[in-house]
Design a protein around this ligand. Structure first.
Ligand code: SF4
Length: 253
């Protein structure tokens, strides 16, 4: 099995047992330098650091997905945060958005603990896999269209490994758009383009897309997203996954 430091670290953390395919994909993702602007930014942030983290070594590379390889639920975010996942090396880990997300995952039974601070913190996920549409931290959390498109093959490759996924929880409108593109790349088109909103739903081929406002500080500080709202979409996903499978021609991946 081809491995790099990242794959080995993930497995040694006890958080995940990577299949050979996922381990190879993780190795490819973490070695990627395709987007010159993002490579320069992620590494610059890792050198300059935030004062409170000045004693830590930043990951400063692309951040692969994390979670249960047999998950029925995929949670899709936008991109790593500069001083969050770009520092810790694990998606959503080490920032305020992650604090909200992992606490909600714990309340709804998807995570073994409510906190996520570093790669060896003991966090495990059950039934859920989390990834970002763009694997490198972008300036101002805004990837360019070309960067988004360069990174999409990694998301498609992740999805190919996650064969049990039936529901995709999209954190924000950007993730919603990328989930629609992802399904489209697999030959599944929505009829009328579904609009993003909190708790919006769209059946696209074999997938149920569920929208959620992103647990960014902007949304959580203002009350646009509350803990009950986030719990509700996770519980909706869990209920959907518990429904008996419908066998039809559109049910295949
Ligand atoms: S954003 Fe994606 S394609 Fe661009 S450098 Fe990072 S991993 Fe590579």
């Amino acid at each position: 099995m081809e491995q790099n430091g990242r794959s080995t670290a993930l497995e040694q953390s006890g958080a995940v047992s990577l299949s050979e395919g996922m381990a190879e994909l993780t190795a490819r993702v973490t070695a990627c330098r395709a987007c010159q602007r993002l490579v320069q930014w992620r590494e610059q942030v890792g050198l300059e650091k935030r004062r409170v983290f000045r004693d830590q070594e930043y990951w400063a590379r692309p951040v692969p997905g994390f979670g249960d390889p047999g998950a029925g639920l995929l949670i899709l975010g936008l991109a790593p945060a500069a001083h969050g996942a770009n520092r810790t090396g694990r998606v959503f880990t080490g920032d305020r958005s992650g604090d909200w997300l992992f606490a909600a995952l714990h309340r709804t039974g998807f995570a073994n603990q409510p906190t996520s601070t570093h790669i060896s913190d003991g966090l495990t996920l059950d039934g859920v896999y989390i990834t970002a549409a763009v694997k490198c931290a972008p300036p101002d959390n805004k990837p360019l269209p070309q960067e988004r498109d360069f990174c999409q093959p990694f998301l498609i490759a992740e999805m190919a490994q996650l064969t049990a996924v039936k529901a995709i929880l999209c954190l924000g409108g950007f993730a919603w758009e990328q989930a629609l593109k992802l399904a489209g790349s697999m030959g599944h088109k929505a009829g009328l383009k579904p609009r993003f909103g909190h708790a919006a739903e769209a059946e696209v081929g074999p997938f149920l897309l569920i929208g959620s406002y992103h647990p960014s500080q902007q949304n959580t500080f203002t009350g646009r997203l509350t803990e009950p709202m986030l719990d509700a979409v996770l519980n909706r996903a869990r209920a959907y996954l518990a429904e008996p499978a419908v066998t039809s021609d559109s049910g295949g991946r």
